[in-house]
Design a protein. Structure first.
Length: 427
């Protein structure tokens, strides 16, 4: 079993002489001590700067820029350009994952090897004042003592634990969406569960009041606010308060959707096993496609299936081996594996597929149907808005669509947990 350690601390962006060399020496020592972390095939990432394997922390901005310069042998002019692009002085210091306050969001964007990297990290409320000195950095030993250990979802104890962890990851995804970014790379490696619930700040949705009429856009004015209220009520029913069971990481491919939606970039991001069928098709055809929250929700669905099938404890169960081959195959094989899971009879499939997977088909079937209906509605709404809105209204258009469907998708999944009685108190 491997674990991913997410640092809860941060190091200041001070430029004093005392911060120049220690972070680099710490980086080299940490790299020499770093043990090999098993990775799932097809999800290997190039590690640079503050990311070493699956252990993450933040170094001072100047140290990180020097490390990029050392790795890529950039000129001083290029380094200065990188500094200007990153705007480190404008970054928020206190990171957040699962929940957020206005001052608790950190966005780091770095142009590394031609791509932008964005990292979000989470700080528990009771550790918010760990580093009050703006010019100091925390010793590495103390930093790791303040870390959350996140485990792959395949190590969840039971179906309720898996589904509640997915829900908390969805809340982290929604927070990212509310801050103007779409993740675009939901996979088994970017969603982690926590063995013991960690105290976090309370989640709250931020409904946006936009003056659009249903007659004009085919999307009513109320859905986003209604979905936010609905989600808040469901979270109260599920007793999702201030204890996190899961969090989301690896936002390397995240994009600011307010501008990304307009450009409809041809580049595709994500892990093939978890991409939606629309994204896979556009990647194969090399056609422009707007990556939407509905695509990411489909990825959440495939991750949930994967986590239920690839549990180490059930590797020797007869039917699991076949399912693993199908889910790890191409799009058609994955669809066949999904259909096989959805067709399982809970009472008769326990011997062949195990108790864990056999308890999920009904919820997964309802979720799949909800996603199918949501995709149809998204397509209609997107087409309608493109036809009636002017160029000046582009930002408001995507705000309406992304936040409406973002809140709705998370609320629908939370409702399914409540409907199928999979919720359990956070412990």
């Amino acid at each position: 079993m491997w674990r991913c350690v997410m640092s809860l601390d941060y190091l200041s962006t001070a430029t004093s002489a005392t911060t120049r060399d220690p972070p680099l020496r710490r980086l080299r020592r940490a790299r020499s001590r770093q043990q090999h972390t098993p990775r799932r095939p097809g999800n290997v990432k190039s590690d640079i700067g503050y990311r070493i394997g699956q252990q993450c922390w933040q170094f001072p901005a100047n140290a990180f820029v020097r490390m990029v310069c050392h790795k890529e042998r950039k000129s001083e002019e290029e380094v200065d350009k990188i500094k200007e692009q990153r705007s480190f002085n404008n970054e928020v210091d206190r990171p957040n994952y699962y929940t957020f306050d206005t001052d608790d969001l950190q966005v780091q964007r770095a142009a590394t090897r031609g791509s932008q990297r964005l990292e979000l990290r989470h700080r528990p409320a009771d550790l918010a004042a760990v580093t009050d000195e703006p010019t100091s950095y925390t010793p590495l030993a103390q930093l790791f003592n303040l870390a959350i250990e996140g485990m792959p979802l395949v190590h969840c104890r039971d179906p309720a634990d898996l589904l509640m962890s997915i829900l908390h990851c969805l809340l982290g995804y929604l927070n990212l969406l509310q801050r103007g970014f779409i993740h675009r790379d939901i996979s088994i490696g970017s969603l982690l569960c926590i063995d013991y619930a960690v105290i976090m700040n309370l989640f709250h949705a931020e409904p946006v009041n936009l003056e659009f009429s249903k007659d004009r856009t085919n999307v009513s004015v109320a859905p986003e606010a209604e979905s936010a209220q609905r989600l808040t009520w469901i979270l109260e029913s599920l007793q999702v308060k201030d204890k996190a069971r899961g969090f989301i990481i690896d936002a390397d491919n995240a994009a600011r959707w307010s501008s990304f939606a307009d450009s409809r970039a041809k580049s595709r991001s994500g892990t093939a096993e978890f991409m939606s069928r629309k994204v896979l098709q556009s990647k194969e055809d090399q056609t422009p496609y707007l990556h939407s929250p509905v695509d990411d929700f489909s990825s959440f669905f495939y991750v949930t299936q994967w986590a239920a099938v690839f549990r180490p404890r059930e590797a020797r169960i007869a039917g699991i081996s076949q399912l693993r081959k199908l889910l790890a195959g191409n799009d058609n094989e994955r669809a066949k594996g999904s259909d096989l899971i959805l067709d399982l009879e809970p009472d008769t499939a326990k011997m062949e597929y195990g108790r864990f997977l056999s308890s999920l088909p009904e919820l997964l079937t309802d979720w799949k149907n909800a996603l199918r209906n949501m995709l149809k509605e998204w397509s209609r709404a997107e087409k309608s808005l493109n036809e009636v809105l002017s160029q000046e209204e582009m930002y408001e258009k995507w705000t309406l669509l992304f936040l409406t469907f973002g809140c709705r998708g998370v609320a629908q999944f939370a409702e399914l947990i409540l409907k199928h009685d999979f919720h359990s108190p956070s412990t």
